[in-house]
Ligand binder design. Structure first.
Ligand code: ADP
Ligand code: MG
Length: 703
């Protein structure tokens, strides 16, 4: 902290009504460390305080509700640590239960039979009776008194916060106290020009009204202002970073396209490149020639042919006497890349090696040596590439395939593999909508392969349930007898590995029964196998020695077996859309008509139904990504939440994409006019940018 910390940087502990114990819970549960964090803890919705439900009106899928009534009975159930309190709550229409599992003795003391109260919480239906677990309770009298505005913010809370009386209402009270104290000190963060032009209310008004809206209109204005600000500073930071990288990150200029590239192009390339591939290759070529580091993302749907583009970029590196590497997220994918590319590379007199976690020590040493001597031109592998021992003579280009599978820190290691950072080409298979790409990868240049190679046949997709299993098997048999191969994939969910393993093995058994040896050969690949066994099984399938590949999602990305024509996905409702799309992308790679069969149970959630329906209806990765974004929100997609890129508090990339677009546009124009943000006019922006830069934007030092 600086010498004169701003009042908003005061540790939350010192706020009246907080203290060390509540502070600890606020930190742990809500990431609220300082005054500022509490101010930015926005209500996630608002309830109309004049709006009440009757118990008879409750439905199973309601969000939080307010009900007026009284407790008519309090019962303690269970013993020792399993103790709970159940209160019967009644209004003039019916009765329901209020239940507490925690803080039982304290709760018991605070409840009074017969008093008129307002109960607030989310009702659930259990044995045809509604109940609310850990409801908030307020006496009707005090509820009436606090009716200063009709709209009351609902804040996120958790059980642990509830135990410290920090339900939504408790938090609201803290914020009200905080606002009284700090309102005059909340700085304006936007310039007058921008505020005028876009009719944005002041920061102070926005903060006041987001917490305690004076009217719906002002709440809408508060939201607009705060969302704009979130997007604006995020975009500003990304654009500044891009600008900064362009200015300072010198890399190695690849000034020519030479013999290796040309020989490959003329003699080895097994097909004509699509126009989109050619265009992207050109973008890369121009970019690596500048002397500044390339930081480029290649986006393209499954099967759009990113690998060959990456290879050709690596050939340009070689033509300029540099080494290149290609990092993939799984061993299977890395070794497939190696097998696919090595032949072609060898044919033009280059050396390529594969390095993964299961590479044996002697071979590993050989590779290390060959890499340092410059004998090796291209190294393909997994995370193993990032180890300190892996030193290059002269690494000029690092390609990262399926980059969303890698953490930010892993990627940053690539930068240190040469005296200057090498050019970086990241490839993502999961296409993401433009708005999201802008927000997430605003600091990268984006190339788009928006065209599939010719001759791809559409993959017919069905959704089937268990009762169709026999006919499904029959269909597979038919395909296999025509010489095709088949995948059957089971879900793998981290927290229930044993269950999934059992599902897989049960499935394997019934498949083996229906497809008996020696006529049918079945491979299995799952997470519990040793890497080399996985490889061996995979290799058998690739060679066509086995007909069926029963697997968990380890085969999800990249795997390429053109003869495979059917992808069966078991418990498809448990997969996310982008995963389903990836899996389906494993077929339809050869000349044969291909199919994807989504198997699911009967009972499906609304979201699951939407996912499966989307898969049946479209094969366009960008459309699928759009639906995915709507269903899941941007945080889960591409692991952006994990990388901290999208810690938006209020703004929503899906719903607020318009605000995002103009926030970005304004940021671009602003930097064009005042690249250093040095004018008096832009002083507030500069200050906020610097402040945010120090805290939130630490990730931004790397691509
Ligand atoms: P992805 O973009 O999903 O990584 P790949 O690079 O694995 O896709 O390419 C998928 C398949 O398409 C591979 O078998 C590849 O050889 C083939 N392919 C790539 N480009 C073309 C092209 N221009 N014409 C025909 N086939 C191509
Ligand atoms: Mg790929």
């Amino acid at each position: 902290m600086s010498k004169n910390p701003h009042i908003l940087d005061t540790p939350i502990e010192f706020l009246k009504g907080v203290g060390p114990l509540r502070a600890a819970v606020l930190q742990k549960e809500l990431d609220v460390f300082r005054y500022r964090d509490l101010l930015e803890l926005y209500p996630f919705r608002y309830i109309d305080k004049t709006q009440f439900y009757k118990i008879s009106e409750l439905q199973a899928d309601l969000a939080d509700v307010q009900i007026v009534g009284k407790i008519i009975r309090i019962k303690e159930e269970g013993v020792a640590r399993k103790k709970r309190i159940k209160a019967t709550f009644q209004d003039d229409t019916n009765t329901m239960d209020l239940v507490w599992f925690k803080g039982v003795s304290w709760v018991k003391k605070s409840l009074t039979v017969g008093e008129e109260i307002v109960v607030f919480g989310k009702p659930t239906l259990y044995n045809s009776t509604f109940s609310i677990a850990h409801p908030e309770i307020e006496s009707l009298e005090s509820h009436k008194k606090s009716l200063s505005t009709a709209m009351q913010g609902v804040y996120p809370s958790t059980e642990k916060l509830g135990l410290k009386s920090l339900h939504s209402k408790g938090i609201s009270k803290l914020i009200s106290g905080l606002l009284e104290q700090v309102i005059p000190f909340i700085p304006e963060t936007l310039s007058v020009v921008i505020r005028d032009e876009y009719k944005l209310i002041s920061k102070r008004e926005a903060i006041l009204n987001v917490h305690f809206p004076k009217s719906e209109n002002l709440l809408a204005h508060a939201h607009r202002r705060l969302k704009f600000e979130e997007f604006f500073f995020l975009q500003l930071a990304m654009l500044k970073l891009k600008q900064h990288k362009k200015e300072t990150n010198l890399s190695f200029p690849f000034s020519r396209v030479g013999t290796y590239f040309n020989t490959f192009y003329n003699e080895q390339l097994p097909f004509e490149l699509t126009d989109a591939q050619k265009r992207v290759l050109k973008e890369i070529r121009l970019d690596v020639a500048t002397g500044k580091q390339m930081n480029r993302l290649v986006q393209g749907d499954v099967g759009s042919g990113k690998t060959i583009v990456a290879l050709m970029a690596m050939l340009i590196a070689k033509d300029n006497n540099f080494q290149a590497c290609l990092m993939a997220p799984t061993e299977i994918l890395a070794s497939q890349h190696y097998q696919g590319l090595n032949k072609m590379v060898k044919a033009i007199g280059m050396n390529m090696a594969l390095l993964t976690g299961s590479t044996k020590a002697p071979r590993r040493r050989e590779i290390h040596a060959a890499l340092e001597s410059g004998e090796l031109d291209i190294l393909v592998g997994t995370h193993a590439l990032l180890e300190d021992k892996v030193k290059y003579q002269n690494l000029g280009l690092a390609v990262i395939d399926e980059q969303h599978r890698f953490g930010v820190s892993q990627r940053s290691k690539m930068w240190k593999k040469n005296s200057r950072p090498p050019h970086i080409l990241v490839m993502t298979a999961t296409p993401i909508p433009r708005t999201l790409a802008m927000a997430v990868y605003g600091d990268l240049d984006i190339s788009l392969i928006d065209e599939l190679p010719p001759g791809r046949k559409p993959i017919t997709t069905f959704h089937k349930t268990d009762k169709n299993r026999l006919s499904m098997f029959h269909f597979l048999k038919n395909e296999i007898q025509q010489g095709r191969q088949v995948y059957i994939v089971y879900p793998l969910i981290e927290d229930s590995k044993t269950l999934d393993y059992k599902d897989l093995m049960d499935g394997y058994e019934s498949i083996s029964r229906y497809f008996p040896k020696p006529q049918f050969q079945v491979s299995v690949v799952h997470g519990r196998m040793k890497a080399e066994d996985k490889e061996a099984e995979m290799a058998r399938f690739v060679k066509g020695e086995t007909h069926i590949m029963v697997a968990t999602t380890v085969i999800e990305v990249g795997v390429n077996v053109p003869n495979a024509s059917v992808m069966v996905i078991e418990s498809a409702e448990r997969f996310g859309l982008s995963q389903l799309h990836q899996l389906r992308g494993r077929v339809g790679r050869g000349a044969e008509k291909s199919y994807c069969i989504l198997m699911s149970g009967h009972k499906l959630s609304v979201d699951a139904k939407t996912r499966l329906k989307t898969m049946v209806q479209t094969q366009n990765g960008f459309e699928i990504a759009d639906v995915d974004l709507k269903l899941r929100g941007p945080g889960d997609i591409m692991g952006t939440r994990q990388s901290g890129l999208l810690n938006l508090k209020l703004a929503d990339i899906t719903k607020d994409s318009k605000i995002l677009s103009y926030a970005r546009q304004i940021a671009i124009e602003l930097l064009e006019q005042d690249p250093e943000l040095g004018s008096d006019e832009n002083r507030p922006i500069y200050k906020e940018y610097m402040r945010a830069h120090h805290t939130k934007m630490k990730w931004s030092t790397i691509s």
